[in-house]
Design a protein around this ligand. Structure first.
Ligand code: GLA
Ligand code: ZN
Length: 677
C-alpha cells in the first residue's frame, strides 16, 4: 500500500489557468469548484513568460494570489514548474534554446516543448525557475505534488545536441572502433575515423521516409540517437527534480506522460519520478481494452503503487478531425476505468475554457457559457459527489497480477526502424492482441519493461521481442527453468542492443524455444495463410515464420502455400516451464483461445471466472491489506451481467450482494464491490 500523495480521497480536479482570465472570474470559479466537489487544481502549467518577464526579473505576485486563493478555498495544489514553453524574450536573446527538427530546420519561437534539451541556457533558466518556485511554495501545505514541465515530447537535432551526442557516444563506446563495430558502419563504407565525423541521424543524413514511415540506413546510430534524445530530455526533468528537492523535502514529484509515446523511454523515466501520471485522450471509437492497456502500461512503470490520471477531457477534445462529444455517462465510466486499473485520481484538462488560441474549444469543467446548468457540469458534479462518498477506501490499493506482457521502448525503436520484413509489423498493436485476450478473461496483467524482475509472474508474454538486450535471454531462461510459461512471437530474438543480428533466429532464445526459424514470408494486407487451432481454422497474417523445431512440440501447421505442413506454433518444455512460439499474427478469436489454453495450463483464472458469458465486462480487483475492491464496468452499448464470486457491498449504491448472485449492468454502469479478503 503506497499512496501517491497526501490526500484523503480520489483527487478530483485538473489543469487550472486563471492567469489567462480576469480576476473577477476567479471567485466564480471557486464557487463552481465547490459545487462540483473539485478538490485539486494543477496550477502554473504555462506561466513561465509571466513569472520571468526578462533575464533577471521574476514576478510571483499573481501566482502568490492564485495559490492563496486555491489554498483558502480548501483546494489541494499540484504545482507545475511551467517550463513546457519558454518565454519569447529568451528565444530572441538566446536563439540556441530553439530546437532543430529532423529536416534540419532551425525553429523560431512558437508552439511548446520547443526548447532544445541540450541547451545550457534552457537548462540554467528552467532549473532556476523550478528552484525559485520550490523555495517560495515548497512549504505551502496546499501543495501536495510537483508537476515538472508538461508532456515532455519530441526530439532535437541541433548543434548543441550533435555535440552532446558525440559526448554520449564517447561515454558509451570509449573508442571509435567500438562505435564502428556496434553500427556495422563498414556497410556502405560509413566507417568513422573520429567521433567528430559523427553527425545526428536525421533527414539530412541517414533518415528518409518510405511508405509514410521514418526509416534509416543505419539502425544502430538511429536507435542510439533515440536513447540519447530520450535521456537528454529526461536529464532536463531530473535537473528540475533536483532543484525542487533542494527546498522540498517529501512532497512527491511527477511529470505528465502520454501513454504509448514513442520518443520517450518511460520505463527509464519512471525510475526518477516519485509517482507516475498521465494524460488519457482515447479516440471516440477506441476499444475499452485498448484504453485499459494504456492504463496498465502506466501502472506498470511503478508496479507497487497507484498512478495519477492527470488529464482527460470532461467532454470533448479540439484536436481530432471530428471532435465528438463524450456521451452522457461516458466521462464517469472512463474515469472509473482509470481508477479500476490503478489510478488514485480523476483529473481533467481543463477547469475553464480559455477565450483564445487553439484550445478554446477543448472541453472544460466550466465552458464559455460559464453556467452550472449544463449537462457536462451536472455530470461532473454527480461524479464529484460519488468520489466524496468513496473517500479513501481505494487509495493505495494494488492489483496482484500473475501475468506480465513485456513492452520495451528500445525494442519498439528497433522494430520501427527495421527495413523489412513488413511495414505491417506493429509492436503496440501486437502487445494489444495478447493483452486483450487476458483483459477479456479478467486476468489481471502487468505491462513491464526489460529491467523488471519476472519473479512474481506465472506467465510472461513478450510479443515481437525483436531486440534481446544483453542478459535478457538469461532472465527469460531462469524464469522458464523455474516453471514459468513464456510466450513470444514472430520477428523475435533477431538482434542485440545495437541491432546486430545474432545468427539463426530467434538468436539467444533458440534453446529456450527449441526451434529455429529458417525463413519468414511477409504477406501484404488482405493476403493470409491459415492453420487449425483447437479444431478451428485461424488466419495467419503479416508474417509467416517457417519454423524448424529442434525439440519443441508443434501445436499448429500452415494450411497452404509451399510451406504447407510446416510449424506455425510451437511449445517447448524447458526446465520446469514451457516456452511458446507463435510464428504469425492471427485474429482475436485465436488469441482468446491460445491465451485461454496457456492460462488454464497454469491454473490462472480470471476474476469472477464463473461467467458463462465471455468478454462481457471490464473487471479488475484492487487490494488493501484486508479488503478487495472489485470494479465491474460495462463499456458496451447493451446490458451485461456477471455472477459474483464473493459477498460484497457496492460502495457506490451501498447495496450488499451475495456470492453467486447475478448482477446486470446497463451501458455505462459501474459497481465497486468491497469485500473482505
Ligand atoms: C495535453 C496537454 C494539455 C492540453 C491537452 C489538450 O494533454 O498536456 O496542455 O494541451 O493535451 O487535449
Ligand atoms: Zn538541440
Amino acid at each position: 500500500m503506497k499512496r501517491i500523495w497526501e490526500h484523503d480521497k480520489i483527487a478530483y480536479g485538473g489543469d487550472y489557468n486563471p492567469e489567462q482570465w480576469p480576476e473577477e472570474v476567479w471567485q466564480e470559479d471557486m464557487r463552481l469548484f465547490k459545487k462540483a466537489h473539485i478538490d485539486i487544481v494543477t496550477l502554473n502549467v504555462f506561466s513561465w513568460a509571466a513569472l520571468q518577464p526578462s533575464e533577471d526579473e521574476y514576478n510571483f505576485e499573481k501566482l502568490d494570489k492564485i495559490i492563496k486563493l486555491a489554498g483558502d478555498n480548501g483546494l489541494k495544489i499540484c504545482l507545475a514548474t511551467g517550463t513546457g514553453a519558454h518565454p519569447a524574450w529568451m528565444a530572441r536573446k538566446h536563439p540556441e534554446i530553439l530546437r532543430t527538427d529532423s529536416q534540419g530546420r532551425k525553429h523560431k519561437f512558437g508552439g511548446r516543448e520547443n526548447s532544445c534539451p541540450n541547451s545550457e541556457v534552457y537548462r540554467i533558466y528552467s532549473v532556476r525557475l523550478a528552484e525559485k518556485l520550490a523555495e517560495r511554495y515548497g512549504d505551502d501545505p496546499a501543495v501536495i505534488a510537483w508537476h515538472i514541465s508538461n508532456e515532455y515530447s519530441g526530439e532535437c537535432y541541433c548543434e548543441n545536441c550533435a555535440a552532446a551526442f558525440r559526448r554520449w557516444l564517447r561515454k558509451r563506446y570509449k573508442n571509435i572502433d567500438e562505435v564502428n563495430k556496434a553500427w556495422d558502419s563498414a556497410f556502405w563504407g560509413h566507417t568513422f575515423y573520429d567521433f567528430e565525423d559523427i553527425v545526428v541521424p536525421n533527414e539530412l543524413s541517414e533518415h528518409f521516409y518510405l511508405f509514410g514511415k521514418e526509416r534509416t540506413t543505419f539502425q544502430g546510430i538511429s536507435i542510439d540517437y533515440r536513447r540519447f534524445n530520450s535521456e537528454s530530455i529526461e536529464e532536463c526533468c531530473k535537473l528540475e527534480y533536483d532543484a525542487i528537492r533542494k527546498y522540498v523535502k517529501d512532497t512527491p514529484i511527477t511529470t505528465n506522460m502520454m501513454g504509448f509515446y514513442y520518443p520517450l523511454d518511460y520505463h527509464k523515466w519512471a525510475e526518477n519520478l516519485d509517482f507516475v501520471s498521465w494524460d488519457s485522450y482515447p479516440g471516440p471509437d477506441e476499444p475499452d481494452g485498448h484504453i485499459a492497456l494504456s492504463h496498465e502500461l502506466i501502472r506498470g512503470l511503478k508496479r507497487d503503487m497507484p498512478f495519477c490520471l492527470m488529464e482527460q477531457t470532461p467532454s470533448v477534445t479540439n484536436w481530432h478531425a471530428y471532435n465528438k462529444l463524450k456521451r452522457p455517462g461516458d466521462m464517469r465510466r472512463l474515469s472509473y476505468q482509470a481508477v479500476a486499473h490503478g489510478s488514485d485520481s480523476v483529473m481533467f484538462f481543463q477547469m475553464r475554457r480559455s477565450t483564445g488560441a487553439c484550445e478554446k474549444y477543448h472541453g472544460a469543467v466550466i465552458d464559455h457559457a460559464g453556467r452550472e446548468d449544463t449537462r457536462v457540469f451536472r455530470e461532473i458534479t454527480e461524479l464529484g459527489e460519488e468520489l466524496v462518498k468513496i473517500g479513501d477506501k481505494t487509495l493505495g490499493t494494488l492489483q496482484k497480477p500473475k501475468v506480465a506482457v513485456v513492452f520495451d521502448w528500445e525494442n519498439w525503436w528497433g522494430i520501427s526502424y527495421s527495413a523489412g520484413p513488413s511495414i505491417l509489423i506493429d509492436y503496440h498493436e501486437e502487445a494489444y492482441r495478447y493483452y486483450n485476450a487476458f483483459y477479456k478473461r479478467h486476468i489481471p496483467c502487468d505491462i513491464i519493461g526489460t529491467e523488471d524482475s519476472l519473479d512474481r509472474y506465472d506467465i510472461v508474454v513478450a510479443p515481437i521481442l525483436y531486440m534481446v538486450k544483453e542478459g535478457y535471454d538469461e532472465k527469460i531462461r531462469e524464469f522458464v527453468k523455474n516453471g514459468g510459461s513464456f510466450v513470444t512471437t514472430y520477428f523475435s530474438g533477431y538482434v542485440g542492443d545495437s541491432d546486430l543480428v545474432y545468427g539463426a533466429y530467434p538468436g539467444k532464445l533458440k534453446d529456450i524455444l527449441g526451434i529455429w526459424v529458417e525463413e519468414s514470408d511477409a504477406l501484404p494486407e488482405g493476403e493470409e495463410n491459415s492453420f487449425i487451432y483447437n479444431g478451428k481454422q485461424m488466419p495467419a497474417r503479416v508474417l509467416c515464420d517457417i519454423i524448424r523445431p529442434e525439440g519443441a512440440e508443434v501445436l499448429a501447421r500452415y494450411d497452404k502455400d509451399f510451406y504447407k505442413g510446416e510449424a506455425v506454433i510451437t511449445k517447448n518444455s524447458f526446465g520446469k516451464g514451457k516456452a511458446y512460439y507463435m510464428g504469425s499474427c492471427s485474429d482475436e478469436e485465436f488469441y482468446d483461445s491460445f491465451i485461454g489454453d496457456i492460462a488454464a495450463e497454469k491454473g490462472i483464472k480470471g476474476i469472477m471466472d464463473s461467467q458463462e458469458e465471455f468478454d462481457m465486462l471490464d473487471i479488475t480487483r484492487r487490494y488493501s491489506e484486508e479488503k478487495a475492491y472489485t470494479f465491474i464496468i460495462n463499456h458496451r452499448e447493451d446490458g451485461r451481467s456477471a455472477v459474483l464470486d464473493m459477498d460484497g457491498t457496492d460502495i457506490l449504491s451501498g447495496k450488499a450482494y451475495k456470492k453467486g448472485e447475478r448482477i446486470t449492468l446497463k451501458h455505462n454502469e459501474v459497481y465497486i464491490l468491497e469485500s473482505m479478503i
